[in-house]
Write a protein of this length. Structure first.
Ligand code: PEP
Length: 257
């Protein structure tokens, strides 16, 4: 059985007091919701604060990106080892907001996956098609291309060290979420592709949906058999709404083994 996972992507938002209020509200609001897992991905300067508040709690934290290099003359970059030192268990890689601005190619996302996993982080590997690609019926082609770029670099067995997140670009920050049926059909397709390559990896892989996931659509999305949770941007800026999403995941989820 795959446990549900809800990941907050706080993007470039927050202040030290605001983060504290959010985390305290989240700890309180999920106290009795132990049937799923929760992760908060902060901008790098706030990871030390996350570590101070969340150490010893069931909530994990992570970065929103990292360098594909382990160390070196890369001004302004953050290495996987630095994230590990700050207690991160997760890191988002290949988010469309980074792919679309030319920072990340399919290939460099594969490299990031590899160095993140080597450092002991769980990469949350994002993939998804643009609106234009969606309208041209290219969703399957694009997501498989993005997935293969990572599999080619790390191998199918090592893919199991990460989490996949299907995030159609047209749904991110637009208020237009994919319907539960559409999200389910893509996640089912992706899982089927993985199962063909390695049944154990495919069956056990946690695959999230992301894109305008809100309190009002969370329960329906989480009721789909292949949707193992969500990656949540905008709605993670509102503590009450994010807590509601976590509660929906817990209601649809399973106790830890
Ligand atoms: C995201 O940025 O990963 C995301 C899913 O954003 P939103 O929930 O705001 O669509």
């Amino acid at each position: 059985m795959r446990r549900k996972l809800v990941v907050a992507n706080r993007k470039m938002h927050g202040t030290i007091p605001d983060n504290r209020a959010f985390l305290e509200g989240l700890l309180e609001g999920t106290r009795d919701c132990r049937n799923s897992d929760y992760v908060v991905c902060f901008p790098h300067p706030y990871l030390y604060q996350a570590q101070s508040i969340l150490t010893g709690t069931p909530i994990a934290w992570g970065g929103q990106n990292m360098s594909r290099h382990e160390a070196g003359p890369y001004t302004g970059s953050v290495s996987p080892g630095m994230l590990v030192e700050l207690g991160c268990a997760y890191v988002i890689i290949g988010h469309s907001e980074r792919r679309s601005r030319g920072h990340d190619s399919d290939n460099s996302v594969g490299e990031r996956f590899q160095v993140a996993a080597k450092a002991g982080l769980k990469p949350i590997f994002c993939m998804g098609e643009t609106l234009e690609e969606y309208e041209q019926g290219l969703t399957d082609l694009v997501t498989i291309r993005q997935l293969n770029a990572v599999i080619q670099q790390v191998g199918i067995k090592n893919l199991a060290q990460g989490i996949l997140a299907y995030e159609p670009v047209w749904a991110i920050g637009t208020g237009k979420a994919a319907s539960p049926e559409h999200a389910q059909s893509i996640l089912h397709f992706l899982r089927g592709y993985l199962i063909l390559k390695d049944p154990e990896v495919g069956e056990n892989m946690r695959i999230l949906y992301g894109g305008s996931l809100k309190a009002h659509n969370a329960a329906e999305l989480f009721s789909m058999p292949d949707i193992d949770g969500g990656l949540v941007g905008g709605a993670s800026l509102d503590t009450e709404e994010f807590v509601e999403i976590c509660r929906a995941a817990s209601s649809a989820g399973f106790p830890a083994a």
